[in-house]
Design a protein around this ligand. Structure first.
Ligand code: CU
Length: 405
């Protein structure tokens, strides 16, 4: 199935297209010029066992007939990204005209404990050191201007595919950075909604990076904010950002989770587990229990929380035990939200927003309601809500007691 999509430039196949750079070259975008020089991975100091993971970057076309983007009318702002489950400072309703929102992300490879109880760990591949990567928030019509930096200490090549963007494999084709390299990508947020972003270096490396934590979400708000089906404004007091991560961690013959010296060393073993399609873990925010106990989300009775759920690889079906999805946007923010949902759906490779106003105090569990995944694989978070109990909504009329026979 090999064919030439751009005669004289390069050969392609479906697999090569997934490797990323090919289409970007064919697109011959002006922004690609800076990335066009043929580069070689910097191999100094790289773990020898992992160096085979490198693939030489495909050459990219330097020529372009594309017009420069008209950036007049935009103002520039910096968005300081924060670690999940928190959201960056933002406006719910945009003031002023469209903005160029500058963000910086580093591709950090780091050893993370996945389950303290059994020693499961992973050399996570991350944006800014967290699983999921940070939540980005812009408004429809804004430009996202990302500086993507791959530290020299990295072992692997990384890039980023924004599902919210248009063209060049979601930017994946224009953002391949080797250790010690950085690049800048600017794209216009034309679709309002919540969207996944993820690393997609090419071939089997795509699911490998995504299942090692390299994904996150961006929310593109309508300029005038969220609305119900009748167009009335909907506002939230806080955001809780859940990244659900399926891991496929190799185990030895005794069932113990294997450990590795460096990022990438688990490549062959991981692929073998991944081929079975059954995750060893499915967790929120990187690890079992990351959002329970001290990490639990906090809220008060009467507060409205916007729960943003990202799952870059696998379907999920979140349910807030004891509460509801008062408004749920499974698709675009231009669609009317679903209302009063018990359980909603997150298609693998997407992010979804659900809004709820807490009416009772207590501990709420936010679970994947495939309860095997929620309970046994780890996909449980807690929301601890303070306030006054409302007996009109629920009351224990008789506490458990022995009944008379
Ligand atoms: Cu990556």
């Amino acid at each position: 199935m090999t064919k030439l999509i751009n005669p004289g430039l390069m050969k392609t196949s479906r697999r090569n297209v997934l490797r990323g750079s090919v289409l970007a070259g064919a697109a011959a975008m002006s922004g690609a010029a800076a990335m066009s020089a043929t580069r070689a991975p910097k191999m100094d100091g790289i773990n020898a066992a992992s160096s085979k993971l490198y693939k030489a970057a495909d050459p990219q076309a330097a020529d372009s007939n594309a017009k420069p983007a008209d950036l007049s009318g935009y103002t520039r702002v910096k968005q300081e990204l924060v670690a999940p489950p928190f959201a960056p400072e933002h406006e719910q309703v945009a003031t002023g005209g469209p903005k160029i929102v500058e963000i910086t992300m580093e591709t950090e490879e780091r050893l993370m404990v996945v389950d303290e109880d059994n020693g499961a760990s992973v050399w996570a591949l991350t944006y800014n050191g967290s699983v999921p990567g940070p939540l980005i928030i812009v408004h429809e019509g804004d430009m996202v201007e990302l500086t993507l930096r791959n530290p020299t200490s990295s072992v692997m090549e990384h890039n980023i595919d924004f599902h919210a963007s248009t063209g060049a494999l979601g930017g994946g084709g224009l953002t391949h950075v080797y250790p010690g390299e950085e690049c800048m990508l600017r794209w216009k947020a034309t679709k309002p909604g919540c969207f996944t972003y993820h690393c997609a270096p090419g071939g089997d490396m795509i699911p490998y990076h995504v299942t090692h934590g390299m994904n996150g979400a961006i929310m593109v708000l309508p300029r005038d904010g969220l609305k119900d089906k009748d167009g009335n404004p909907l506002r939230y007091d806080r955001i809780a950002y859940f990244g659900e991560q399926d891991y496929y961690l190799p185990q030895d013959e005794n069932g113990d989770f294997k450990t590795y010296e460096a990022a990438g060393d688990d490549y062959a073993d991981s692929l073998e587990v991944m081929r079975g399609l059954i995750p060893t873990h499915s967790v929120y925010n990187g690890a079992v229990g990351a959002l329970t106990g001290e990490g639990a989300i906090k809220a008060n009775v009467g507060e409205t929380v916007l729960m943003i759920h990202n799952q870059a690889n696998r379907d999920s079906r979140p349910h807030l035990i004891g509460g509801h999805g008062n408004y749920v946007w499974e698709s675009s923010f231009t669609d009317a939200p679903l209302q009063d949902m018990e359980t909603w759906f997150v298609r693998g490779g997407s992010a979804v927003a659900a809004m709820y106003t807490f009416e009772q105090p207590g501990v709420y569990a936010y679970v994947n309601h495939n309860l095997i995944e929620g309970v046994m694989l780890g996909a449980t978070a807690h929301v601890v809500v303070e306030g006054q109990w409302d007996n009109a909504l629920m009351e224990q009329v008789v506490a458990p007691r022995a009944f008379e026979t």
